[in-house]
Design a protein around this ligand. Structure first.
Ligand code: IMP
Length: 431
């Protein structure tokens, strides 16, 4: 049974939630491998909107197993809030959720350090979600992180926290001039969380490998997007994890030989939230209209997203980094009314044309996009479910994008709703 990774091909917010929700039907297990509650995956089921931050979108299918891997950083308070929010809306979460023992905990000081470090950067701030994600990964790499399994051994939890606080309280007090944190308060809070989430903590690598051995299909759910990946994104304006396909192996404890295919998800235009370079950003009426029509406001923070035309330099780069077999193109309907649509095919900087993703700051910040103009179709594509029913000009747009990015567009989303989707090739059947 196939195992498929779904990855964002841009700067996150590509509509992965809906695509994962649709594909969950063909998988037995949905597993999240990186990031934290900085993510916001929106899924609409029977007119009802769900926004998931940590729990895999597969949870909306009652019989699916959902896994949170070791590569994810978890704020237990946010997780409990999400579990309770879903349960209150009738979504059962009991024996179908598993959390890796080795996933790292977001601690109260991580949130404070995230906020203070952003404040100290001033205009150069990254525009993080303020959830403590970066500082939690810093501790993981510095080998002072506190993990899920430490919650189950109170003495070890106390010792690790004591060691961390002795240093962090000095930092908070002397550098950031904030109050010191009280160890007993944190311990009592975190031990309280164990009662609520202790039952889900397990050895996820063992579990997922057993599922694969038993012939079950796994859908690996990436959060954020390729250009936010800490290694391959527009560093330092990135998140602190590997959002790209490779992260699925390290973030869950599985081998690359177990992966059968990778699907990239890209919007039919581009958005970005937070700081950092964005060559096709439109700071004019067209950018504003994309934001309004596409309801481009962050699912986690509510911040307005920066908007622009589709950038095929970025998406082609994502194809290379992730080895996409194909792409799911979302929000095609948002382009319905434009008489002319632009596609970025390269960047121009100091007289030179770049058609491969540059990493130099000077180029990324200073370049001008080179556009190709496409005639708009100017009719509604909302709710179209068969490729042949798309206007000929919309088909031409899709074909042109396929040519420019170098892989086929296998899924096309024509509204937020689950059913408003064209599936030309199903990754679980055709990859
Ligand atoms: P952090 O992940 O909170 O550290 O934020 C780092 C950067 O990633 C900021 O620009 C955030 O806006 C961006 N970011 C983090 N998570 C998401 C997401 O799920 N969608 C879009 N942008 C995100």
């Amino acid at each position: 049974m196939p195992n498929i990774i779904v990855v964002g091909a841009q700067w996150g917010d590509e509509g992965k939630g809906k695509i994962i929700d649709i594909l969950s039907k063909y998988a037995d297990v949905v597993a999240r491998y990186q990031g934290g509650h900085n993510a916001g995956h929106t899924v609409v089921v029977n007119e009802e909107e769900f926004i998931l931050h940590l729990i895999p979108s597969g949870i909306l299918h009652r019989e699916k197993i959902c896994i949170i891997g070791n590569g994810v950083v978890i704020d237990p308070e946010a997780l409990i809030e999400e579990i309770e929010g879903l349960e209150n809306r009738g979504v059962a979460i009991k024996d179908n959720l598993f959390i890796s023992k080795n996933s790292h905990l977001i601690m109260p000081y991580h949130r404070i350090l995230d906020r203070e470090s952003e404040r100290s950067k001033g205009v150069k701030s990254i525009g993080t979600t303020g959830r403590g994600i970066g500082p939690a990964y810093v501790d993981k790499m510095a080998r002072i992180g506190i993990r899920m399994l430490d919650l189950l051994e109170p003495q070890i939890f106390r010792e690790k926290l004591e060691a961390n606080l002795s240093h962090i309280n000095n930092l908070l007090h002397t550098i950031y001039k904030t109050d010191r944190l009280d160890i007993e308060e944190i311990i009592s809070k975190y031990m309280g969380y164990v009662e609520r989430i202790g039952i889900y903590i397990t050895d996820v690598s063992m579990l997922i490998n057993k599922f694969m051995k038993d012939g079950k299909s796994i859908l690996f759910e990436g959060a954020q997007g390729t250009l936010l990946d800490v290694d391959h994104g527009t560093y330092p304006y990135v998140t602190s994890s590997n959002a790209t396909a490779g992260g699925a192996c390290t973030g869950l404890g599985i081998g690359p030989t177990k992966i059968d295919g990778v699907l990239g998800v890209s919007k039919a235009y581009t958005t970005r939230v937070g700081g950092g370079p964005f060559p096709t950003e439109l700071k004019d009426e067209t950018g504003e209209s994309l934001r309004t029509k596409g309801r481009e406001y962050g699912a986690t923070t509510g911040r307005p997203r920066r908007c622009g035309w589709l950038d095929t330099v970025l998406v082609r780069y994502s194809v290379r980094i992730n080895g996409f077999n194909g792409i799911a193109l979302t929000k095609l309907d948002i382009l319905d009314e434009y008489p002319e649509i632009k596609i970025c095919i390269g960047y121009k900087y100091k007289g030179k044309i770049y058609d491969e993703m540059p990493h130099e700051h000077s180029v990324l910040w200073g370049c001008e996009p080179v556009y190709e103009k496409i005639e708009g179709w100017q009719e509604s594509t909302i709710g179209i479910k068969a490729y042949k029913d798309l206007p000929a000009k919309a088909q031409a747009y899709i074909k042109r994008v396929e040519y420019l990015v170098g892989v086929s567009i296998d899924i096309i989303s024509t509204s937020q709703k689950r059913d408003d989707t064209i599936i030309k090739r199903n990754p679980f059947k055709d990859y």
